[in-house]
Design a protein around this ligand. Structure first.
Ligand SMILES: CSCCC(=O)C(=O)COP(=O)(O)O
Ligand SMILES: [Mg+2]
Length: 241
């Protein structure tokens, strides 16, 4: 079935929507887990690392927490796949370097890149909003099996510059940043709770249900459902009354 929308922009979730959660948890997570201790021990003076360490201490309510405690907290959040901002910041530092070094290449479902290229050609504004940090998103789009796709994307949003993905205010903040009308902004995500928050902010929504993804069993609640990006038809034309 084809879903039809009039919109000016699309906002993309990554994990479970453009890309496989299994790839993130099986490839990216172990890559970061192995490198947290060295990052904390050797690069604590870098602004991103220092900010993330301070945020972890705040979340633990332990201002004196030592680096071993911080590393344990990061490992625990990884085990539970918690989308905690400082975890994502530190992962972003590690992954960016891994992508730049050629250790990592990102994953996109096969339907995604051709559709993103077409939407971009047709004048739709494309944005990313992911729990992964902006640094991680840039590395992800910059090192794909199809080359550097950062040029397709107008702006990148994460939980640090926009806020949590289940809060309607985060979507309002993105609307303010992009300047696109909320009612002509389409959010694509695998998580019903994120889709609910986007709709509360006045956005259009589509839930992606891909086989084997952790949220696929939940369905999309009362949001339109697509199994692939090919099922989403968007026009930038405004219907004449
Ligand atoms: C390139 S971002 C890496 C994936 C990640 O860590 C993540 O948390 C993605 O979550 P999403 O909000 O895109 O479902
Ligand atoms: Mg997701």
């Amino acid at each position: 079935m084809t879903l039809r929308f009039e919109a000016d922009g699309v906002v993309l979730d990554i994990e479970g929507t453009t890309s496989s959660t299994g790839f993130v948890t099986d490839v990216l997570y172990p890559y970061s887990r192995k490198r947290f201790a060295t990052l904390l021990a050797e690069r604590g003076g870098e602004p991103d690392v220092a900010r993330a360490v301070a945020q972890v201490r705040e979340l633990l309510d332990a201002p004196e927490a030592d680096l071993a405690t911080i590393e344990r907290a990061l490992g625990g959040w990884l085990d539970e796949d918690r989308k905690v901002t400082p975890l994502k910041t530190l992962q972003g530092v590690i992954w960016s370097e891994g992508f730049a070094r050629g250790d990592l290449v990102s994953h996109f479902y096969p339907d995604v890149v051709p559709v993103l290229r077409r939407w971009h050609r047709e004048g739709l504004r494309l944005h990313v909003y992911s729990s992964g940090s902006v640094a991680a998103q840039l590395a992800w789009f910059g090192h794909t099996p199809d080359g550097d796709l950062r040029g397709l994307v107008d702006a990148f949003f994460d939980t640090e510059n926009a806020g949590p993905k289940t809060a309607a205010d985060s979507y309002r903040a993105i609307t303010a940043a992009t300047g696109l009308p909320a009612g002509r902004t389409l959010f694509l995500s695998d998580r019903p709770s994120e889709l609910d928050a986007a709709r509360e902010a006045g956005w259009l929504t589509v839930g992606l249900v891909r086989p084997g993804e952790p949220y696929s069993a939940q369905g999309t609640g009362d949001h339109p459902r697509a199994d692939t990006f090919d099922e989403i038809d968007i026009t930038t034309e405004k219907e004449t009354p």
